[in-house]
Design a protein around this ligand. Structure first.
Ligand code: ARG
Ligand code: ZN
Length: 872
């Protein structure tokens, strides 16, 4: 069964009001729903009413306007409740379903996590709670009464404002919540449990008082303070930057330990994977803090981009996700360092989205067909979706962009919108035709831009030729030229930005909207050096005719910090790719002294901030190299080339690295602020380079770093370096870490992950052993991702073992996990996103493993959709 965008039809019935009564009572949990339904004037008339369901059953016959329906009037299956001839006017329908939350291992709908009942409804989980028209263009107001044992669940939460609470006989109690804002059912949430709480408050720009609360496991309250701080900063930022004010009396966040994704933006009641809430200096790294800040902001920003304005259908998912990722990236850029945020976002985009876009799972930012919507919560929808918004801003300018956002908020508030409606706001705000721009939503694949140049000494004219191609992707053989905004500059002999006059190229932005175009710059004194796609203004693959000397020049002088970083990455990638060929030909890895000099001069530059320098000194990852090579990939050769180059560079700048490492030591108390984090990141990068030899001295230094750490960030950077060094100190440190953090599942996830990514032949056996360890559980998504997900996605040499054992292992896990939690099983399959790019031996073994999964009985739609696409 496939759903197609072109087959969209408005719903035949609307539901204006939902009254839920939820009695939380273990395996006898009862949900009674009273729906105010009416025929949709825009839908078909005289058709049956079909309510969606998923693995649920009625506790008794439904009541229509208080009268029991006769058995002939309806049919019930676990997937649907169908009422053959509903009235042609407004009516009410009362439905009761009986649930067993503890048995719900899919973690969709109402389930148990630790001491709490909780819910996850996006995308189609509400139908696992009660029969409903489960689609985002059916918007209703909700009133929710929750009843539970006072001991078992002193905390009872739902969306909206609390309106009533009270005691009941037999040690029970209840609470009533009312949400005045119409919403689709995927934004419904309910929590009941015995939880600790941290409270704070926020006064909105118009002076309204909002009670803030974060609910966590008892005893973890002190780990929620950073999340609370991030929430208040998010609320303020959205007022200042987007003019968006919060709209309820309370804003609640609940952290749970069992969660399929990162977090969920349910109206007024965000439910989080506790990994994105809980942090202390001793248990969380700087990276974890940054993740918490970003996810708290992301879910909060959804209140306007997602909740007040939602999606007409699930094809429009990027309408809320791409836009909200863009907003959270801008928030982080404002809170921390803009260039460093940009570099890390682009690293992530290339590592995951570019790879996705080049393989069997490639799909447009707005897909036009799906078998299982859960498989479309992807880097393409989220991260490329955010890039598309960023390009829109670059194309029409910041002021028109802000005006377009104002149009969007005012025109579509309270409604379910489409991408076309969203883009129309910006077309109106900028008086521009954005029809070509819409191709970014419909054409999959990463556009490739080739920039070549010529120089005419006599006339002082520099001509830039740009050529774009969009590669074929599954189901899309023919592509049209896209509109590609390329921020650029021309550097003079001293590295200064030259004034840019030339045709079509004012203000440092070239808009390439044809397959091929040339731009001439006249009146120059000498051949300039081109800096193009500054700030990564377009998510494209760029090739240029810049020489390596040009690249080193840019690395030193470019006024755009992003392109300084990019120039070094490009130069290093060129060396690495030559080196991979050398290694495969039986030669030693290559090196380039100019790269080492560039490292040395970056280290010596007093102007560079530590966080940026840490990025400059980090070589392209193995995934970066594999992606650039594109086919016939040999992960072992890539590993050898990369470690070889790292060693050579480290030897060259050894003294400077040692000084850097010593100079950055900090004995003061831990603070997660961006400046301190930047210094720790740079110190960790220095340590990693110094220890590239992986010898006795490296083991000793990394162990000393680990032992001296007074915070989790430093402890983890020591342990990460040690994990690559096969020496007794490694086992000693892993044992020590376990002893220190025994019983703290979130911290032990780091311990599992680091062991899973060791690039050694023994790792698969280690992973198998760890699966039997008390720190591991197949029932918890975080544990599965920490151990198995890390092995599959972040250990290129061992997952892609030449004997195929890594693929077989993952296939076994997916087959075993699929019946219990299909979403988590399907996510693991992402590790096959570029299996066809492998060299023939490994490719054959990957295919064999995929076919074995495909041949398994009763696969979930989640897993079967992905294996079908992987093998297509
Ligand atoms: N809307 C949530 C977020 O970004 C993601 C929820 C996805 N859940 C799922 N089961 N597919 O921010
Ligand atoms: Zn989101």
């Amino acid at each position: 069964r496939s759903v197609r965008l072109s087959e969209y039809r408005p719903p035949d019935y609307l539901i204006d009001q939902v009254d839920l009564d939820v009695v939380l009572d273990g395996d006898k949990t009862l949900v009674t729903s009273v729906l105010e339904i009416r025929p949709n004037p825009e839908g078909r008339s005289n058709v049956p009413l079909v309510l969606d369901g998923d693995e649920i059953t009625l506790a008794g016959p439904p009541l229509l306007d208080n009268d029991e329906l006769t058995p002939e009037a309806y049919v019930e299956t676990p997937q649907a409740l169908r009422i053959h001839m509903p009235p042609k006017r407004a009516f009410s329908l009362k439905i009761t379903t009986k649930l067993d939350p503890a048995k719900n291992t899919k973690l969709m709908g109402l389930y148990r996590s630790g001491a709490a009942y909780c819910t996850q409804c996006e995308a189609e989980g509400f139908r696992r709670i009660t029969y409903f028209i489960d689609r985002p263009d059916v918007l209703s107001t909700y009133r929710v009464r929750i009843e539970a044992g006072r001991k078992e669940a002193p905390v009872l939460l739902s969306n909206g404002n609390p309106v009533e609470a009270g005691l009941l006989p037999n040690g029970r109690h209840y609470a009533v919540w009312d949400d005045p804002w119409p919403k689709p059912c995927y934004l419904f949430a309910l929590v009941g449990g015995d939880l600790g709480v941290v409270r704070d408050s926020f006064v909105t720009v118009s002076g309204r008082h909002v009670g803030l609360a974060i609910y966590v496991e008892h005893g973890k309250e002190d780990r929620a303070s950073y999340a609370m701080d991030a929430l208040k900063r998010s609320m303020k930022w959205d007022e200042d930057v987007f003019g968006r004010e919060y709209d309820l009396q309370v804003f609640n966040i609940v952290a749970v330990s069992d969660f399929n994704m990162g977090a969920m933006e349910n109206k007024g009641l965000n439910v989080f994977n506790d990994k994105y809430v809980l942090a202390s200096g001793d248990t969380a790294t700087d990276g974890d803090y940054a993740g918490i800040e970003a996810v708290i902001a992301h879910e909060y920003f959804h209140n306007w981009t997602g909740n007040r304005i939602t999606c007409r259908d699930w094809f429009q998912l990027c309408l809320k996700e791409g836009l909200t990722v863009f907003r959270d990236q801008e928030f982080t850029a404002d809170m921390r360092s803009r260039p460093v945020e940009r570099i890390s976002d682009v690293r992530g985009l290339r590592a995951i989205q570019f790879v996705e876009d080049a393989g069997p799972f490639a799909h447009p930012v707005r897909p036009d067909t799906y078998r299982e919507i859960n498989n479309f919560y992807t880097a393409t929808v989220y991260e490329k979706g955010a890039e598309v918004i960023r390009m829109l801003q670059a194309l029409i300018g910041r002021d028109a962009f802000r005006l377009g956002m104002e149009f969007y908020f005012s025109r579509h508030d309270g409604r379910a919108a489409t991408i076309e409606e969203f883009i129309a706001c910006f077309a109106d705000a900028s008086a521009t035709d954005l029809s070509q721009f819409l191709l970014w939503y419909s054409q999959a694949g990463t556009p490739e831009v080739a920039a070549t140049s010529s120089w005419d000494e006599d006339t002082g004219t520099y001509t830039l030729n740009l050529l774009q191609t969009v590669p074929k992707t599954p189901g899309q053989d023919i592509k049209k030229p896209m509109v590609i905004p390329l921020a650029f500059g021309l550097l003079g002999m001293d590295g200064e930005d030259l004034p840019i006059g030339g045709d079509n190229a004012e203000s440092g932005l070239i808009v390439l909207n044809k397959a091929e175009h040339s731009f001439a710059f006249r009146g120059l004194n000498s051949r300039p050096v081109l800096s193009i796609n500054r700030t990564f203004s377009a998510p494209v693959k760029l090739t240029t005719d810049l020489t390596e000397n040009d690249l080193f020049f840019l690395a030193r002088y470019d006024s755009d910090p992003f392109n300084r970083w990019q120039a070094l990455q490009t130069a290093a990638l060129r060396v690495l790719i030559r080196s991979v060929h050398a290694v495969r030909g039986g030669n030693r890895p290559l090196n380039d002294p100019r790269l080492a000099e560039a490292f040395a001069s970056a280290i010596a530059d007093p102007e560079i901030d530590p966080a940026l320098l840490a990025q400059l000194l980090a070589l392209p990852s193995e995934t970066d190299i594999a992606r650039e090579i594109g086919n016939d990939v040999d992960p072992d050769a890539i590993y050898a080339a990369r470690i070889g180059l790292k060693r050579a560079l480290a030897r060259f700048v050894r003294g400077a690295l040692a000084d850097l490492y010593r100079g950055l030591v900090n004995d003061g108390p831990y603070s997660p602020d961006a400046r301190a984090a930047g210094r720790r990141a740079l110190r960790a990068t220095a340590l990693d380079l110094i220890c590239a030899e992986q010898d006795d001295a490296s083991a000793m230094l990394a162990f000393a770093h680990y032992s001296a750490a007074n915070n989790m960030t430093d402890r983890m950077s020591g342990l990460a370096v040690l994990s690559g060094i096969d020496r007794p100190e490694r086992d000693q440190a892993f044992a020590d870490f376990y002893k220190r953090h025994k019983g703290d599942a979130l911290v032990l996830d780091k311990w599992l992950s680091l062991q899973a990514v060791i690039p050694e032949a023994g790792t698969l056996d280690r992973v198998r052993r760890l699966m039997k360890h008390e720190a591991f559980s197949m029932a918890n998504p975080n544990r599965v991702r920490a151990l198995i997900g890390a092995f599959a996605a972040s250990n290129p040499t061992q997952f892609n073992r030449a004997d195929g054992a890594g693929f077989d292992f993952l296939a076994d896990i997916v087959i075993d996990l699929d019946p219990k939690n299909p979403q988590v099983a399907a996510r693991l399959l992402g590790a096959f996103r570029s299996w066809r790019a492998l060299e023939p031996g490994r490719r054959g073994r990957a295919e064999f493993a995929l076919k074995r999964i495909a041949a398994t009985d009763k696969l979930s739609p989640d897993v079967s959709d992905l294996v079908i696409r992987a093998l297509a």
